[in-house]
Design a protein around this ligand. Structure first.
Ligand code: SF4
Length: 202
């Protein structure tokens, strides 16, 4: 997708949001309650991209507010990362897939220009891809998260991109033992905090 073309279609991030709020480009528009555009700080250096809204997100219009979102908040807090001021959080698709199914390739492709525009207007330095759907759509790789998590990839504009476990996966794997998914997430968040500090002090 030609990136310049995407951002040239909008005058601002608000413009992107207003367009998305009225979007009917895929079938998910027919079952949604709210379009879930983003949360956090549009000037943040850190962007977190998840899969799509769940039930709570659909009800509230805010990403990551259900159980997985609450765990994400704890993970961020444990890494001394302030969700409101230091992150901009969004998802691959902005409308809830029924029964929380994985969004189809067609749905993700239809929604992609909004995500590309969000990346171009926010200009994050670091992007966390939470879970397989975000990784597959943005990195175009099918490797298991367990194999590629915690590594920085240099592919999105000026941003470094890191795959991490989705919080909902961590809810299903609550062990904190050394080497467990939660423990690995803790290592990844410490690396994100360290890199943010380097960027802030540069
Ligand atoms: S998921 Fe994206 S493309 Fe589909 S209707 Fe919602 S905003 Fe539009």
């Amino acid at each position: 997708m030609p990136r310049q073309l995407v951002i040239d279609s909008y005058t601002s991030l608000d413009d992107v949001q207003n367009t998305a709020l009225n979007c009917a480009k895929c079938g998910l528009c027919s079952t949604r309650t709210h379009v879930v555009f983003a949360d956090g700080n549009p000037k943040a250096k850190l962007m977190i991209i998840g899969e799509g809204p769940g039930q709570k997100e659909d009800q509230t219009g805010i990403p990551f507010v259900g159980r997985a979102g609450q765990l994400l908040n704890k993970i961020l807090e444990s890494g001394r990362i302030d969700r409101l001021t230091e992150t901009y959080i969004c998802t691959v698709v902005k409308c809830r897939p029924p029964e929380n199914r994985v969004p189809s390739k067609e749905e993700a492709t239809a929604c992609r220009p909004y995500l590309e525009a969000q990346i171009q207007f926010v200009k994050p330095k670091l992007i966390l891809l939470a879970g397989a759907t975000a990784v597959q759509h943005l990195l175009n790789v099918k490797d298991p998260i367990s194999r590629i998590r915690g590594k920085w990839f240099d592919i999105k504009n000026d941003a470094r991109v890191m795959p991490v476990f989705h919080p909902s996966y961590l809810l299903r794997n609550p062990s904190r033992e050394v080497g467990s998914p939660k423990w690995l997430m803790w290592q990844d968040i410490k690396e994100v905090r360290r890199t943010l500090d380097l960027l802030n002090n540069a």
